[in-house]
Design a protein around this ligand. Structure first.
Ligand SMILES: Nc1ncnc2c1ncn2[C@@H]1O[C@H](COP(=O)(O)OP(=O)(O)OP(=O)(O)O)[C@@H](O)[C@H]1O
Ligand SMILES: [Mg+2]
Length: 215
């Protein structure tokens, strides 16, 4: 498969969506239609994946079993790659995804304590091993991320945002273990800086990752 697949990860409120928006404005003129931006759960251009997104993020479903949740994330991801990511990569596009498998490993494996190995296996099955070539990680103490969400985005708090701080600390711990085990894939950015600086450093990393594509 050609193309380039890049994911952006980090705890809630780290700035993934804000940074991607800025990066998109910069990369769009350079890459044009070659750039595809998407996000999980759900995914650009997939009605089925988006329907599963609505289900897994619904704050009114507190009885959802943790493994049901993990399976739904994996199901949504499967649909996302089949309908969106793989066709784009086959078409030699640059795919930027706001969250991917690492999020499941961190949130369901670490946060919900289902086990990172088990969640990794489930996702290898769901994705037949499709992994990003590079992952931008916005590194932030989850306490600060949650404060940002509560003060600035309280209108769209979802089912995972309302989990206790201990949950989010397990999430961050699992992310850090992933980074230790895959140093060649991760590009770690300190997200506890003014947004402009986070954007600038992410952009610099992105230019290195996309060295060939940007000529
Ligand atoms: N570096 C920063 N400094 C201060 N505030 C920030 C910074 N980055 C993002 N924010 C603010 O924090 C809030 C959360 O940012 P954003 O939605 O981009 O995070 P996210 O990583 O996408 O979170 P989620 O995982 O919940 O989707 C927003 O209100 C955003 O404006
Ligand atoms: Mg976001």
């Amino acid at each position: 498969m050609t193309g380039k697949f890049i994911s952006i990860e980090g705890p809630d409120g780290a700035g993934k969506t804000s940074v991607l928006k800025a990066i998109l404005a910069e990369l769009r003129p350079l890459l044009g239609e070659r750039l595809l931006v998407t996000r999980e759960p759900g995914g650009t251009g997939s009605v089925v994946a988006e329907a599963i997104r609505d289900l897994v993020l619904d704050p009114n479903l507190p009885t959802m079993d943790a493994w049901t949740e993990a399976l739904l994330y994996a199901a949504s991801r499967r649909q996302h790659i089949v309908e969106t990511i793989e066709p784009a990569l086959a078409d030699d596009k640059v795919v930027l995804s706001d969250r991917y498998v690492d999020s499941s490993i961190a949130y369901q494996g670490g946060g919900r304590e289902l086990g990172v190995e088990q969640i990794a296996k489930l996702n290898t099955f769901a994705t037949h091993g499709l992994a990003p070539q590079a992952t931008i990680y916005l590194d932030l103490d989850p306490k600060i991320g949650l404060e940002r969400i509560q003060t600035q985005r309280s209108d769209e708090v979802n089912r995972l945002d309302v989990e206790a701080l201990a949950f989010h600390q397990r999430v961050t711990q699992a992310y850090h273990e992933l980074i230790e085990r895959n140093p060649e894939r991760f590009w770690v950015i300190d997200a506890n800086q003014p947004l402009d600086q986070v954007i600038e450093q992410t952009s610099a990393s992105m230019h290195q990752i996309l060295h060939d594509e940007l000529g």
